[in-house]
Design a protein around this ligand. Structure first.
Ligand code: 2AM
Ligand code: CA
Length: 277
């Protein structure tokens, strides 16, 4: 079976299992801080994904949030970058607005991306070069916008933090408005659908954005870190995803004057580590 069809069947079945497991009481633990949660469902879903991939494709590498392969041997062959539940706080508190995210790379190049909005049963997907889809409907190329007429995605918590607030507040101030949805993967999908014109955050892990970025790139969107540099599979990074014109406007008019602050924030927060905790 072609890899794309296998991955599509796998993510849909993982979603079925999540919906089924949600009927039982969740077992919730904290990770790096009291607001960083993981549940039995995150872990069981990652295990299911990992075991099924490994059984069918023993040579593929898998990087997953909940403990599978945080260290890549190299980028040759097929690499799966998976987040069993992106938006765990939404999953725990709201029981919706979370996604399963899968990005598949071939020899280091983006190959196939999936983001599955589990409760809406909406599967976003792309085979790179062949367009992006929401279920069977092809997504259109996104329109360019200016900041002053844009709604941007940003978590308001960041505007309460020193340093990060200095970087983000002027951008929020000049935007038409800002929204926070609580799942990076779905926020990136909102950019790909043109509902948000940009999504910014000071740190994401590769599994948070891998699938979504492939889908966004296919509709003409751009994803880099806050310095305009390309994103790499083996480390966390800051994130600026937007339509092409707005990406340039935010970089040139806001972020470039903060380059030193951003670079030192990167160095302090992640260095070269895949996880920061
Ligand atoms: P998660 O639910 O898979 O942990 C919330 O604004 C979004 O940011 C979610 O997609 C969440 O992913 C991600 N996120 C939350 N805390 C994070 C952290 N410390 N580093 C990287 N990503 C984080
Ligand atoms: Ca997760």
């Amino acid at each position: 079976m072609a890899l794309y069809d296998f991955a599509k069947g796998l993510i849909l079945e993982a979603g079925n299992k999540v919906r089924f497991m949600m009927k039982e009481e969740l077992d919730i633990e904290t990770k790096s801080n009291p607001n960083d949660l993981v549940t039995n469902v995150d872990k069981a879903t990652e295990n299911y994904l990992y075991e099924t991939i490994h059984h069918n494709y023993p040579n593929h590498q898998v990087i997953g949030e909940e403990g599978h392969g945080h260290h890549l041997k190299d980028t040759s062959g097929i690499i799966w970058v998976i987040d069993p539940i992106d938006g765990t706080l939404n999953f725990v508190h709201q029981k919706e607005n979370f996604a399963i995210s899968i990005g598949i790379y071939h020899d280091g190049q983006p190959y196939v991306g999936f983001v599955y909005d589990v409760m809406k049963d909406e599967l976003y997907h792309t085979k790179v070069g062949e367009g992006s889809y929401e279920n069977n409907r092809q997504l259109k190329l996104i329109q360019n916008t200016n900041l002053k007429t844009s709604i941007i995605g940003i978590n308001p918590n960041w505007l309460t933090k020193p340093v990060v607030s200095d970087i983000f507040a002027p951008i929020v101030s000049d935007a038409r408005s800002a929204r926070a949805y609580g799942s990076a993967a779905l926020e990136i999908i909102s950019v790909a659908k043109g509902q948000l014109a940009a999504y910014l955050t000071p740190r994401l892990q590769p599994w948070d954005y891998a699938g979504g970025l492939m889908i966004l790139n296919e509709v003409g969107g751009i994803g880099t870190n806050l310095l305009g540099e390309s994103l790499e599979l083996n480390r966390p990074n800051s994130i600026l995803m937007a339509n092409e014109k707005l990406h340039e406007e935010i970089l040139n008019n806001y972020l470039n004057e903060q380059r030193e602050t951003i670079a030192s924030h990167h160095q302090q927060r992640f260095g070269n580590k895949l996880r920061e905790d």
